[in-house]
Design a protein around this ligand. Structure first.
Ligand SMILES: Cc1ncc(COP(=O)(O)O)c(C=O)c1O
Length: 452
C-alpha cells in the first residue's frame, strides 16, 4: 500500500459541503437577547458569508477566483500514511493523515480565511479583524488578507501572544497588525482588563474585541471557527480526503480529530458523514478546558463580551477562564452548534485529554514519523491508542483518518516546546505552578528520552 495519496489539481472539489440540511435535528437559530446582536452580525460579517451561514443547499459552488487561490496556497493537500506510528502500536491499524500542514499557512485555517477575506474585499472595505488563539488562524487571516489586498487587524489571546512570539512576527511580516488581547483598543478589552483574572485572555474575549473594532471603524470581521459558514469552507479538506480515499480504494472505519471550536474536525468529518453514517466519529478536546466531556448542551454566548447572538452548543460557559495551556487553539469554551448536534445524538463520541498525555504522544509521533505535530493535533493521538487496543482485541483491521497539522511555522512550535520544558525546569516556575497544572509534567518531560 502506498504511503502517499495525491489528488490531481483538476480533481479538487468545486463545491463546499453544507451539513445543515442533513443534520439529524434542525439547528436551533441564534438567539438575540440584547436585541442588537443580529444587527451587529449583519454589519460586520460579509453578506455572502451570512447567506452561506443559513443556506439550506447541500452544495455551494466555489468561485473560480477562490479555486485559484486554493491552488496558490497549496491545495489539494496529500494524505500520508503514518506507517511508523502504526508500527509503534503493534496492532492491525492503518492511519491515513490528511496533511493540512502542506498549505502555505500550515493549517486547515486558510481554507476559510481565503474565502472570508475574498467576500470582505468584495464589499469594498480596507481591513478585516479577527481573533486568534494559538496564532494559526491569525496567520491564515494575515495570509488571506495579503492575497486579497486587505489589511488584517488581529486580536491575539495574551497567553499565546507571549508564548508564541514567532507567530506574531509572521503575521506582521505578512502585513498585519497584531494586538495583545485583552487590549486597550476596545471598550470590552478596557473593561475586562480591570479584573486581573482576565489578563491571560481567551478566545471569547478576543472575539468580542475583534467584532467591536470592526463595528467601530468600518471593517469586516472574519470568524475562525464554530459558525456554519466557516465550517462549510473548511469541508474542502474532507471532500478532498473522500476522493483520495476512493482513489486508493480505502474506506475509513474511524474519522478522528480534535476540537477547539470544532472547525478542523467538522471540515474533515462532515463530508464522510454525508456519505456513510456508520463510520465511527471520535473527537477530542483538552481536559484543561473540558467542554467535550463536561459541557452542557444549551444556549451560550460565543464571545465573553456577549456582543454576538447566543448559540445552542456544548459549552462550559462563556465566562470560563481557561488556563494558559500550550494548545492555545483548544482554549475555547464551546463546540460548534452543528458538531454539538452530532455529539448530542451520539454520532460523534467525545474525549478530553490532559496536556501531559498529549505531549508524550506528540514526542512518540515525532520520533516515529519524523514530523512534529501541533499540540492541538496531538490530542487525537491517544484516540489512536484506544482504537489500536480494540483492533488488537478483536484481531480486526481498523482504518483511521485524522487531520494533521504540523507546526510548519517551524521554529515557532519547536520554540514553544523548548520553552515549555525550560520553564518547567526552573524551580521558580514549578513553585509558582506557572501553568496551573501538576508538577509531574516537568518530570514526565525529562523522562521522555526513554521512549523508543
Ligand atoms: C493547530 C490547531 N488545531 C486545531 C485547532 C482547533 O480549532 P478548530 O476546532 O476550530 O479547528 C486550532 C485552533 O487554533 C489549531 O491552531
Amino acid at each position: 500500500m502506498t504511503t502517499r495519496i495525491d489528488l490531481p489539481q483538476d480533481d479538487m472539489p468545486n463545491y463546499w459541503y453544507n451539513i445543515l440540511p442533513d443534520l439529524p435535528e434542525k439547528l436551533s437559530p441564534p438567539k438575540d437577547v440584547s436585541g442588537k446582536s443580529i444587527e451587529v452580525m449583519g454589519k460586520v460579517i460579509p453578506r455572502k458569508v451570512l447567506e452561506h451561514e443559513f443556506s439550506d443547499k447541500h452544495r455551494i459552488d466555489i468561485p473560480n477566483d477562490l479555486r485559484e487561490l486554493y491552488f496558490q496556497v497549496g491545495r489539494p493537500t496529500p494524505i500520508i500514511r503514518a506507517k511508523r506510528f502504526e508500527k509503534f502500536f503493534d496492532a492491525p491499524i492503518e492511519i491515513y493523515m490528511k496533511m493540512e500542514s502542506y498549505t502555505f499557512s500550515g493549517s486547515h485555517k486558510i481554507n476559510s480565511a481565503l474565502v472570508q477575506a475574498y467576500y470582505s474585499k468584495e464589499e469594498g472595505v480596507s481591513f478585516v479583524t479577527t481573533e486568534t488563539g494559538a496564532g494559526q488562524w491569525g496567520i491564515a487571516v494575515a495570509l488571506a488578507s495579503t492575497l486579497n489586498d486587505l489589511k488584517a487587524k488581529i486580536f491575539m489571546v495574551s497567553s499565546s501572544y507571549h508564548q508564541k512570539s514567532y507567530r506574531v512576527t509572521m503575521m506582521k511580516m505578512l502585513g498585519s497588525e497584531v494586538y495583545d488581547s485583552p487590549s486597550t483598543l476596545t471598550d470590552t478589552g478596557k473593561m475586562l482588563l480591570k479584573d486581573e483574572r482576565n489578563k491571560n485572555g481567551s478566545l471569547g474575549i478576543a472575539i468580542s474585541e475583534a467584532v467591536e473594532y470592526a463595528l467601530k471603524y468600518g471593517g469586516r470581521y472574519n470568524v475562525g471557527s464554530v459558525v456554519n459558514a466557516d465550517i462549510l469552507y473548511k469541508t474542502i479538506a474532507g471532500l478532498e480526503a473522500r476522493k483520495q480515499m476512493d482513489i486508493a480504494g480505502i474506506e475509513p472505519d474511524y474519522v478522528i480529530g480534535v476540537v477547539g471550536g470544532g472547525s478542523n474536525y467538522s471540515g474533515l468529518a462532515f463530508p464522510f458523514y454525508e456519505r456513510k453514517k456508520d463510520i465511527k466519529f471520535i473527537a477530542a478536546g483538552s481536559l484543561e478546558v473540558p467542554k467535550m466531556t463536561k459541557g452542557t448542551f444549551e444556549y451560550d454566548y460565543p464571545d465573553t463580551g456577549k456582543i454576538l447572538p447566543m448559540l445552542k452548543m456544548y459549552t462550559i460557559g462563556s465566562d470560563f477562564i481557561p488556563p494558559p495551556i500550550y494548545s492555545g487553539g483548544l482554549r475555547y469554551h464551546g463546540v460548534a452548534p452543528t458538531l454539538s448536534i452530532l455529539m448530542n445524538k451520539g454520532i460523534v463520541s467525545p474525549r478530553d485529554y490532559d496536556q501531559e498525555t498529549i505531549f508524550k504522544y506528540a514526542e512518540i509521533y515525532s520520533r516515529t514519523e519524523g514530523y512534529i505535530p501541533a499540540p492541538e493535533t496531538s490530542h487525537a493521538l491517544p484516540i489512536i491508542k484506544e482504537i489500536a487496543e480494540e483492533a488488537k482485541k478483536e484481531n480486526r483491521k481498523k482504518v483511521i483518518l485524522p487531520l494533521n497539522i504540523f507546526d510548519k511555522n517551524g521554529s515557532s512550535e519547536i520554540n514553544t516546546t523548548v520553552d515549555f520544558i525550560t520553564l518547567w525546569s526552573t524551580p521558580q516556575a514549578v513553585a509558582r505552578d506557572l501553568y496551573g497544572i501538576s508538577t509531574s509534567l516537568q518530570k514526565s518531560f525529562l523522562s521522555f528520552t526513554e521512549i523508543p
